[in-house]
Ligand binder design. Structure first.
Ligand SMILES: [Zn+2]
Length: 505
């Protein structure tokens, strides 16, 4: 059966598989503070019989996308999945992906696996050799591998490790399902991740496998050239605060914390002159900056009651709604930023999303969870709400590639053993992470962000940055943001509607 047919039957499939089982064991994990009751227990995945055939086909399609192989070309190739290997037949040639032995899966769920560094199949060009000196492959059954692909005969290449399973586990956030460790806000942190522990959080490891596969395909089909892909930049802004309800302490903070007395003055005397609060004005400024640099912005709005973790502004009050309408008329993307307590509460999430969409006058939107409170099961909740995309999958405490990728993708649920009808646009960096968690100086932040964008560029990915309107009021970080925009100016945007309609994801 061709890969296209197999994938389309996979997408229609709603039958839960037998290969994956979510245990019902409840475990509160490491939690502190008042937010504990809202945090979901973890649910460990058992992989007694390995990953399913449909899951392997999903991973194979993700790999082909990252190798920039045209869809019609992939569709013409035959794929056979046996117990031992997945074999792709292209004309008279073969690419064989060996599967891990049956004994490996119990070791994997018990945490006994290796993270290997594999070599290039052929010497890389200078363009790649510095940023991609090798390939990092987690969740494998051996400590040494050699090249990621090996030519075993004139028309056959083989991947000696279970690369497809490794990709699947990385993209679906397997380790986050297995771990009970969470911070005060119920978040899995970079500090707990395999990527930080093994020093590969700064690498889009899954996307880099596509570069190795390109070498293999070019060797088998000498006339073939991968599709050209460019860096896309995705500027996003979670509007946590608008300056409403008005607060003296918040206004004074502009001077005391951010050395912006003009902003404080604006807040204090502005109401008499019909001026917007500084935080709301900063929303307009942040979009002005995007336009000035030939870029687009996505703004994610809240509409929730005040809580210890939510400012509690009303999206429908006149000054806020005027800004929303103005941005909409200017063609800016508007999306949702569900509040703190929507995490693990799909009903609350659904109510908020419905209300925000009503005020925004939008039917199909994407967005991001407040505080980056996210668990692989959050994908299920977002799918149920009919949201088009999520952009939460980035760590709060460290910038980098949480899911090993900067290429937007439809996630795979290990619990449901199917693809989720939702696009994930991975978040790579957030202002708060740089300034608060990593405690970097503005100039260090700029250097790290541009390095991250460079890595996106070589794999043709999307550099997704979160910058809050509040950060624009800080002179140092506001300036750092403008420096980053100047370096990336006129980079094309990632247009998610186009990507979904064209089947690129
Ligand atoms: Zn937020």
């Amino acid at each position: 059966m061709s890969l296209a047919n197999q994938i389309s039957s996979l997408e229609c499939s709603t039958t839960p598989p037998v290969a994956l089982h979510a245990s019902k064991t409840l475990d509160p994990g490491v939690l502190l503070g008042d937010s504990t009751e809202a945090i979901s227990p973890s649910s460990k995945i058992q992989l007694e019989r390995g990953v399913s055939r449909t899951a392997r086909l999903y991973a194979l399609r993700q790999l082909m996308l990252r190798a920039a192989v045209p869809q019609e070309m992939v569709n013409s190739w035959k794929v056979e999945v046996s117990d031992d290997a997945t074999v792709v037949a292209l004309d008279n040639a073969r690419i064989r992906f060996w599967h891990a032995p049956a004994t490996f899966w119990c070791d994997l769920v018990d945490g006994r696996y290796e993270v290997v560094r594999a070599d290039w199949p052929c010497p890389p060009t200078k363009q790649y050799s510095y940023l991609v000196p090798n390939f990092v492959v987690p969740f494998v059954d051996r400590a040494y591998v050699g090249p990621l692909f090996v030519r075993t005969s004139g028309d056959t290449w083989e991947c000696p490790i279970d690369l497809l399973a490794s990709m699947l586990l990385t993209l679906s956030r397997f380790e986050e399902l297995q771990s009970n460790e969470r911070d005060l806000h119920g978040r899995f942190l970079a500090a707990q991740s395999l990527a930080l522990k093994h020093n590969f959080l700064q690498r889009p490891i899954v996307d880099e496998y596509g570069l190795a596969l390109q070498q293999v395909i070019q060797s088998l089909l000498p006339g073939w050239r991968p599709l050209e892909r460019k860096l896309r930049v995705n500027l996003s802004h979670d509007i946590d605060e608008t300056g409403f309800p008005r607060s003296i302490s918040n206004s004074l903070g502009h001077t005391l914390k951010r050395r912006q007395p003009v902003a404080t003055l604006r807040d204090l005397v502005g109401p008499a002159f019909g001026l917007r609060p500084s935080l709301l004005q900063a929303v307009l400024r942040i979009t002005e900056l995007s336009k000035r640099h030939g870029m687009a912005s996505a703004l994610y709005w809240k509409n929730s009651p005040k809580s210890d973790w939510d400012s509690g502004y009303d999206l429908s009050i006149k000054p806020v709604h005027e800004v929303v309408c103005r941005l909409k008329n200017e063609g800016m993307e508007l999306g949702v930023h569900p509040s703190y307590y929507t995490f693990t509460d799909p009903h609350r999430l659904g109510d908020e999303v419905e209300h925000i969409c009503e005020v925004l006058g939008e039917r199909r939107v994407g967005g991001r969870q407040h505080f980056l409170r996210w668990h692989p099961r959050t994908w299920h909740d977002w799918e149920k709400c009919g949201l088009a995309y999520d952009s939460t999958v980035g760590f709060s405490d460290h910038i980098g590639y949480r899911a090993g990728t900067c290429v937007p993708y439809r996630p795979w649920s290990l619990e449901l053993n199917r693809e989720i009808n939702l696009l994930e646009i991975p978040l790579l960096a957030m202002d708060v992470t740089l300034a608060y968690y990593m405690r970097l100086a503005p100039e260090e932040s700029v250097a790290l962000l541009l390095q991250c964008a460079e890595r996106c560029k070589i794999v043709g990915g999307v550099f997704t940055l979160l910058w809050h309107n509040r950060s624009l009021l800080d002179p140092n970080y506001g300036h750092a943001y403008q420096t980053v925009l100047s370096e990336l100016k006129f980079s094309p945007a990632f247009v998610w509607k186009q990507a979904l309609n064209s089947g690129q994801c």
